[in-house]
Design a protein around this ligand. Structure first.
Ligand SMILES: [Fe+2]
Ligand SMILES: [Fe+2]
Length: 349
């Protein structure tokens, strides 16, 4: 298995030849009417700490519609309206009193609404696009920062995700020990944790070199969970995301033009291949301890994660990221996913 996954990752990367950037895909601008019509959007960036801004689109609202939306958006599950209001690439949306502020209009249905100049702000959560640096622990709070803003922001986001992966492996080690997993698997998870710490150092050094700093890693409380819950997470974060992350890391290590960056990425890529292998072995071990219904649920989660991954890879990285950091252009990223599809299908069948 170990050799074959590595070989597969190598060939997947080899077939994902560089394709020229096609430029950013921008959503159709628009003023938002209650009937869903959009025209005349204001497009801008919202600054986050250390300058890694996130793009937003502001749609002017009529006062009546602003009042309606401001209550819709704070209702339980109100955020389900975001994709329908802002399009699928939006991660968050809010009704704001101004297009360039974060001042949201929060109100409940029984409070009077007095909108002045109201806007619907559609914010693109760019923090996860194309940046896959290993498994994310349950309850991880995304930074919302735009990893594609510049090279420094990209490595700052990488360092953030590497820090998140440290926590994921810390938890995994404790859980595996608790379930009496084979010592060999526990030891590999422990080694992965150490390697992720090293990746934090490498990525942080690169972020600093390019003038940025990582955001602190914030995760929610972690309650004890079942082996089934771990297997579900491993299917998504490990078998799908870490495996793609390993291929992407190999690609970057091969294509980064900056020698210092290439050296750091080569070290990370080698480790990430091992982490991908671990996730597949974990999946096989966990399978033997799950019920048939649980195994089906794990496979379904994996298929869904592979589908979602493909959707996330549509954003074109800026040219400097492609050149300096070797980040795969969208078409190459999609080609890598296609190459991995067969491997995922073999386990999800
Ligand atoms: Fe990793
Ligand atoms: Fe890593």
């Amino acid at each position: 298995m170990r050799t074959s996954l590595r070989t597969l990752l190598g060939s997947v990367v080899a077939t994902a030849s560089v394709v020229a950037c096609a430029g950013k895909v921008e959503p159709a601008p628009g003023k938002l009417e209650p009937n869903g019509t959009r025209t005349e959007a204001t497009h801008g960036t919202r600054e986050y700490g250390n300058g890694c801004a996130t793009e937003y689109w502001a749609y002017e609202l009529s006062s009546d519609y602003a009042c309606k939306l401001s209550t819709d958006l704070i209702a339980p599950n109100g955020y389900r309206s975001c994709p329908s209001l802002c399009g699928d690439s939006a991660a968050s949306c809010s009704v704001s009193s101004g297009s360039d502020t974060e001042q949201r209009i929060w109100r409940t249905a029984d409070e009077p609404c007095k909108p002045t100049a109201a806007f619907l702000l559609c914010t693109k959560d760019a923090s996860t696009r194309c940046v896959m640096e290993g498994r994310r622990p349950d309850g991880l709070v995304a930074t919302g920062r735009d990893a594609f803003r510049d090279v420094g922001c990209y490595f700052a986001e990488c360092a953030f995700l590497e820090g998140a992966a440290v926590i994921a492996f810390e938890r995994l080690v404790i859980e595996l020990e608790g379930w009496g997993a084979p010592a060999e698997l526990v030891e590999r998870a422990r080694r992965a944790e150490r390697e992720e710490r090293r990746h934090v150092e490498l990525a942080t050094a690169l972020a600093h070199r390019f003038g940025r700093a990582p955001a602190p890693v914030v995760v929610g409380e972690h309650a004890p969970r079942s082996l089934f819950a771990m297997a579900l997470e491993n299917a998504v974060e490990g078998v799908v995301r870490e495996t793609y992350g390993a291929a992407a890391a190999l690609y970057r290590a091969e294509h980064a033009a900056d020698p210092e960056v290439a050296r750091a990425l080569a070290e990370i890529a080698d480790d990430e291949c091992r982490h991908a292998e671990l996730s597949w072995d974990l999946a096989r071990w966990a399978e033997t301890r799950l019920t048939a219904a649980e195994r089906d649920a794990v496979r379904a989660a994996m298929r869904e994660a592979a589908r979602e991954l493909e959707e996330q890879l549509g954003d074109e990285p800026p040219r400097e990221l492609v050149a300096i950091a070797g980040v795969a252009p969208a078409a190459s990223a999609k080609r890598m996913v296609s190459g991995l599809r067969e491997a995922w299908a073999s386990i999800a069948a």
